[in-house]
Design a protein around this ligand. Structure first.
Ligand code: ZN
Length: 133
């Protein structure tokens, strides 16, 4: 893993949270994107070398709406930048870490992504992401 790519924050209302975080960071988001396959709408803020991703559900079947039924809004996942996502998934599988998908999925912000099972990571939801070149 190369570095923390972004930190994901689960929110209920993407527009309200966009305004709130723009106020907190003193700048607007640089991108909003709906990821249909995941049932989420995302918004990215660039803070120096780091990014913050706001994630909200677009439908009630979305993993984010299920998450928000049980948890409060707030810190949701940490995403790590990887060189070769398939290789990293294979390595983690061999270490006995379960993955939430068998193959990488197309995520927001031009990335291939995969989540690790939080039960195998001390409760931290970890996302791997590889930039699509
Ligand atoms: Zn993310």
């Amino acid at each position: 893993m190369k570095k923390i790519e972004h930190i994901g924050i689960a929110v209920k209302d993407i527009n309200k949270s966009n305004d709130l975080f723009a106020k907190i960071f003193g700048k607007e988001n640089y991108k909003s994107e709906i990821v249909e396959s995941e049932g989420v709408t995302t918004s990215f803020f660039q803070i120096g070398e780091s990014k913050i991703e706001l994630v909200a559900a677009t439908n009630t079947e979305s993993p984010i709406s299920k998450y928000l039924e049980k948890n409060r809004e707030g810190m949701h996942h940490i995403a790590f930048d990887v060189e070769d996502i398939e290789k990293e998934m294979e390595r983690l599988k061999n270490e006995g870490i379960r993955l939430l998908s068998d193959s990488p999925k197309k995520g927001a912000d031009n990335k291939l992504i995969c989540f690790l099972h939080p039960k195998d990571t001390n409760g931290v939801l970890i996302e791997l992401c590889q930039e699509i070149s």
